[in-house]
Design a protein around this ligand. Structure first.
Ligand code: ZN
Length: 206
């Protein structure tokens, strides 16, 4: 997924408990953890070739997976002045980071090198087309609902994550239909679509 989608998913995950327990600071930490791997996207500053070499590698490897959420939880517990909450916070932040890696692996065929720097083995299931707006709209709609309707925040979050899971399950179960409404719905329309539709997903570079 792209960064805005990761942020929306992380926001929804925060509504599962962190937001209620730690407030806006907790939500902010979950958002940070959920986009932490994509810090390697800054490699675009070195040009497209540099980006292709290091994105989905440096930030998505074992070092950030093992220590990224841990360090964020340490800083977070210290900033909140509650050292006793460290383990709880770490678990939530780790979940957010793992959700980032899981969606990256499931969505596109661009391999995610989960074991870097110990291995260059990569995984990318390619269930979702690059500019498929269905997951984007599910995540944005659920996040908007959660923000706008405080009474139903948790329900919107659970519903959004469940819908995303169902869509991914559908895509895994049925290879993309090339014709008809199914093909259109699953991103067939996106290939030659105007660029501003891609901007919705957070893709400003292709
Ligand atoms: Zn990523």
């Amino acid at each position: 997924m792209k960064i805005p989608e990761h942020l929306a998913l992380s926001y929804l995950l925060a509504q599962f408990g962190v937001a209620q327990e730690f407030g806006a600071a907790g939500t902010g930490l979950v958002l940070l953890a959920g986009m932490l791997p994509d810090l390697d996207g800054l490699s675009i500053l070195g040009g497209w070739r540099c980006h292709r070499t290091y994105h989905r590698v440096l930030g998505h490897g074992l070092l950030v997976t093992l220590f990224g959420a841990l360090l964020l939880a340490l800083v977070g517990a210290w900033a909140l002045g509650q050292s006793g909450v460290f383990l709880t916070l770490w678990a939530w932040l780790h979940l957010s980071l793992l959700a980032h890696l899981a969606t990256d692996c499931l969505f596109y065929s661009w391999p995610v090198q989960l074991l870097w720097p110990f291995s260059t083995w990569g995984v990318g299931f390619g269930l979702v087309a690059w500019n498929d707006l269905v997951p984007t709209l599910i995540l944005y709609a659920a996040a908007a609902l959660a923000l706008a309707w405080p009474v139903a925040t948790t329900l919107a979050a659970v519903g959004g994550v469940a819908l995303l899971g169902l869509y991914l399950g559908w895509r895994a179960w049925r290879p993309r239909p090339h014709r008809g409404w199914g093909g259109w719905l699953t991103g067939g329309w996106a290939r030659r679509s105007p660029r501003y539709w891609r901007w919705l997903t957070g893709d400003f570079i292709t």
